[in-house]
Design a protein around this ligand. Structure first.
Ligand code: SF4
Length: 176
């Protein structure tokens, strides 16, 4: 009979996810030429919309063909922004990338936090059961994966979600 750790992480999927994330941590330095060009164009485009952003990204592709993700652009600005002497500070520049209203604009930043996988005395037949998750949650949902990756620690789940919000340019502080 596999022990609880093995049942919660069959085949070591959680460990593989963590290793993949470490391996794919984005380093902007090899893309200095493309990212600095994109940073300059976005800085000088006060009326940025999705079509214009698309054109900028296509003019300076990643590895010759791909497009930089928003998280990579923001990582690039944090890395190269100071030496580009941009007239915009980081929050103004990131705000320019926020092309449409987002959930965080209301001043509320929603964060999903899951409890540890304790069972439920309920017997509802429609309710999913997954030994790795609290009753009614499935392990392939993003919030559930984040909970699993952080050992269901509420502080780490919250930190990790806020970090993701920051990386993609959303506000993660309380605002009015
Ligand atoms: S968690 Fe699932 S089993 Fe428990 S009460 Fe809710 S629906 Fe029913």
């Amino acid at each position: 009979m596999p022990d609880l750790d093995q049942r919660r992480d069959p085949g070591g999927r959680r460990e593989r996810r963590r290793a993949a994330r470490r391996a794919h941590a984005f380093d902007p330095e090899p893309y200095a030429r493309e990212l600095e060009a994109i940073i300059d164009e976005i800085t000088t485009s006060p009326e940025l919309d999705s079509k214009r952003l698309d054109r900028i990204l296509k003019r300076h592709p990643k590895n010759g063909t791909g497009l930089f993700s928003r998280a990579e652009l923001i990582a690039g600005f944090r890395h190269f922004g100071p030496r580009r002497a941009s007239p915009l500070d980081a929050s103004a520049w990131v705000a320019r990338l926020r092309l449409r209203p987002v959930r965080t604009l209301s001043g509320v930043t929603p964060v999903t936090v899951l409890t540890k996988p304790y069972p439920c005395p309920g017997q509802c037949i429609f309710c999913p059961s997954d030994v790795r998750m609290p009753k009614s949650y499935l392990a392939d949902e993003p919030g559930a994966q984040r909970a699993d990756d952080n050992d269901f620690d509420p502080y780490r789940q919250t930190w990790s979600r806020l970090e993701t919000y920051c990386n993609i340019g959303h506000r993660s502080t309380r605002s009015s």
